[in-house]
Design a protein around this ligand. Structure first.
Ligand code: NI
Length: 172
């Protein structure tokens, strides 16, 4: 079922999320709901807090390769890359964010298996962005203070539930 996407200003986005301790029907349903919600909103990534659940569960689909990451952790980060990023919880806004260019991450899949993912570019960016959500971090926390002051009005509008339209690119 498609779920409501929480926005900047909602407390659930600012909390540290709890690890998944048991993969049961409720977790499988949550993952299914997250994919439906993410695709409906034309997103390439979604973290459970964005639909109001402080659980360490992430869905990503970069280039038609859907993956579910349970309790994901980045084990290694390599290099630097700066690119524009957006977020379904900060609609309409895209800003340049510096991230690692390559990451090696571990997670558990829906079958309970530990998986290792080596990712670069957009996929690496999506993994870092979504894991940030599990710690209550939003991409706007990673832009410069000066830039944050410049876009203060837009951030206030998003928080107030108004729509700003700067771009219709993919969001995470
Ligand atoms: Ni996001």
């Amino acid at each position: 079922m498609i779920q409501k996407i929480y926005r900047l200003g909602d407390d659930v986005l600012r909390k540290s999320s709890e690890p998944v301790t048991q993969i049961d029907d409720s977790i499988r349903q949550l993952a299914k709901d997250m994919f439906e919600t993410m695709y409906k909103a034309n997103g390439v990534g979604l973290a459970a807090p964005q639909i109001g659940r402080n659980i360490r569960l992430v869905t990503i689909d970069v280039e038609s390769n859907p993956i579910i990451l349970i309790n994901p952790e980045i084990k290694k980060s390599v290099g630097k890359d700066t690119a524009e990023e957006g977020c379904l919880s900060v609609p309409g806004l895209r800003e340049k964010v510096q991230r690692a260019n390559k990451v090696i991450a571990f997670a558990i899949d829906l079958e309970g298996n530990t998986i290792e993912i080596t990712a670069e570019g957009l996929m690496a960016r999506a993994i870092q962005h979504e894991i940030d959500h599990l710690e209550g971090i939003l991409f706007i926390d990673r832009i410069s203070k000066a830039r944050k002051i410049q876009i203060k009005r837009e951030l206030e509008m998003i928080q107030a539930g108004e729509n700003i339209q700067r771009s219709d690119d993919e969001e995470e």
